[in-house]
Design a protein around this ligand. Structure first.
Ligand code: GDP
Ligand code: GDP
Length: 458
């Protein structure tokens, strides 16, 4: 389970500065969700050995009427959904009434909160921070977000207890690409067999009202539902195990269809964090789009997160019933125009309401899952690399030809191919794209992005 860290504080204390620094650590894996969230920003970060979602809650001023404006409400909702709150203050400005109001709110929520005194650069940090102890939230951590000072430590401090409680194993950044040991045909085959018994975790996501609940009810109505659980809070998706034609699935229901007691339904059915967590926890994402609304910014925002997470992806354009040919044509050309860049994902036109086309989605889901997790031996990956190289020689760099030597798998879901050779880092993007497409075609990979990494030597 990926932790959610919310940055909270009055305007101008440095929240966006910290947000940008945290999310930049992973090549611009920042997802903006225009339309869904005017004031909140969501990104994915990797620091101090932890992967986490970071939310910039926008400003809570604390001086609004009991923190009750609409914008503040949004920020407060983000606080509710967070696992850890970083409460940011400004060491230069000192303690303000707004800080005290926010602190009071945080204390009443009993959220795991860490007080950060930001902008300690160029001031006497210890004395500047002393007064923040009176917020009554414990230790005050010093930071200079714009200089990157104290940032890694802060994440380490704040996430370690959470990670320990959740049993999250910290990755030390090693062992990522360096599985250079030969992965044999036999091993690949054995692993492949084992995969058959694992359930496919399928996250069904989409903006509000696209038909997620209708679709899930349709799926559950037709297939045997084994059991479903009931998490306590609205921020959690519901995990529904089911079986279909001998294959096990776990539906990750972000719409909260099967929440018994329905009392919470009206609260906030849709939540970005819930969706992000579902994506992170899935193998395959089914993105539902409403044909009647065309492709909205929100759809693109959600799509962006699935892509950033490297998930396998299937797209369902729903409410395909009862619209005329003209609208159908328009939707199709809009898909071409706006989603043309993800040529790997299958698109289904369905009616969740009538069930039309729903059965065929499974074929694409299984294809995407199988592609995303397919075990391929070192020998095979090297052979394909060699064929690509024979078909189309790598270019000269500084008068020397780039030479590719061998390739091996660096991970799955998404599949990562690590290519070793001389001067490989200097390969132009066009050649990298050519290689990637070569792998895609040779391995018949559909429904998932592929990542290619290049390593010098070998
Ligand atoms: P937000 O409104 O809380 O998101 O605050 P911003 O991130 O926009 O920062 C407000 C101002 O403080 C900007 O001018 C930043 O450059 C500046 N700032 C942020 N962090 C630091 C810091 O660590 N030291 C100093 N000196 N300035 C900072
Ligand atoms: P969710 O918010 O994504 O879970 O969306 P719902 O499943 O609650 O559906 C929103 C509205 O769209 C409801 O009124 C549904 O009856 C309607 N709807 C869902 N699927 C279809 C469909 O395939 N065709 C039509 N015409 N309406 C649909």
């Amino acid at each position: 389970m990926i932790p959610v860290v919310a940055l909270v504080g009055r305007p101008n204390v440095g929240k966006s500065t910290l947000f940008n620094r945290l999310t930049r650590t992973r090549d611009a894996l920042v997802a903006d969700f225009p339309g869904l969230t005017r004031d909140r920003k969501y990104g994915r970060a990797h620091l101090a050995g932890y992967e986490f979602i970071v939310v910039d809650t926008g400003g809570i001023d604390g001086t609004e009427e009991g923190i009750e404006t609409r914008m503040a409400e949004q920020s407060l909702a983000a606080i509710e959904e967070a696992d850890v709150v970083l409460f940011m203050t400004d060491a230069r400005a000192g303690l303000t009434a707004a800080d005290l109001a926010i602190a009071q709110h945080l204390r009443s929520r009993e959220k795991t909160t860490f007080v950060v005194a930001n902008k300690v650069d160029g001031v006497d940090a210890d004395s500047a921070c002393a007064e923040f102890w009176s917020l009554g939230l414990g230790e005050v951590y010093q930071m200079a977000a714009s200089q990157g000072r104290g940032v890694t430590n802060m994440i380490e401090y704040s996430l370690a207890p959470y990670a320990e409680a959740m049993g999250i194993v910290k990755d030390d950044g090693e062992g990522e690409d360096d599985e250079e040991r030969e992965y044999t045909e036999e091993e690949a085959e054995a692993d492949q067999k084992r995969l058959q018994d694992l359930p496919i975790k399928l996250a069904i996501i989409g903006k509000p009202n696209v038909g997620k609940s209708t679709l899930i009810n349709r799926i559950l109505g037709e297939e045997r539902v084994v059991v479903y659980d009931e998490p306590g809070t609205t921020r959690d998706s519901i995990y529904i195990p089911m079986e279909r034609e001998g294959r096990e699935y776990i539906l990750i229901d972000t719409a909260g269809v099967r929440r018994r007691g329905k009392v919470h339904e009206t609260v906030e059915k849709f939540s970005v964090i819930k969706t992000l967590k579902a994506v992170e926890d899935s193998n395959v994402v089914l993105l539902v789009i409403d044909a009647r609304e065309g492709i909205a910014e929100q759809d693109l925002g959600l799509l962006g997160f699935a892509l950033n997470a490297g998930r396998a992806l299937v797209i369902a354009v729903n409410k395909w019933d009862g619209i005329n040919q003209e609208i159908k044509d328009r939707v199709k050309s809009e898909l071409d125009r706006r989603l043309g860049f993800i040529d790997f994902a299958r698109i289904h036109f369905i009616s969740a309401l009538h069930g039309t086309g729903v059965g065929h989605i499974y074929e694409s889901i299984e294809e995407a899952y199988d592609s995303a997790t397919k075990r391929v031996s070192t020998a095979m990956l090297t052979r394909i690399m060699q064929m690509a190289q024979d078909d189309h020689q790598p270019p000269l760099v500084n008068g020397r030809r780039v030479k590719l030597k061998y390739a091996h798998a660096g991970g799955y879901n998404p599949p990562i191919v690590v290519v070793h050779g001389n001067q490989v880092k200097k390969l132009p993007d066009s050649y990298k794209r050519f290689m990637m497409n070569y792998y895609r075609r040779s391995l018949k990979v559909m429904g998932t992005p592929i990542q290619l990494r290049f390593q010098e030597g070998g």
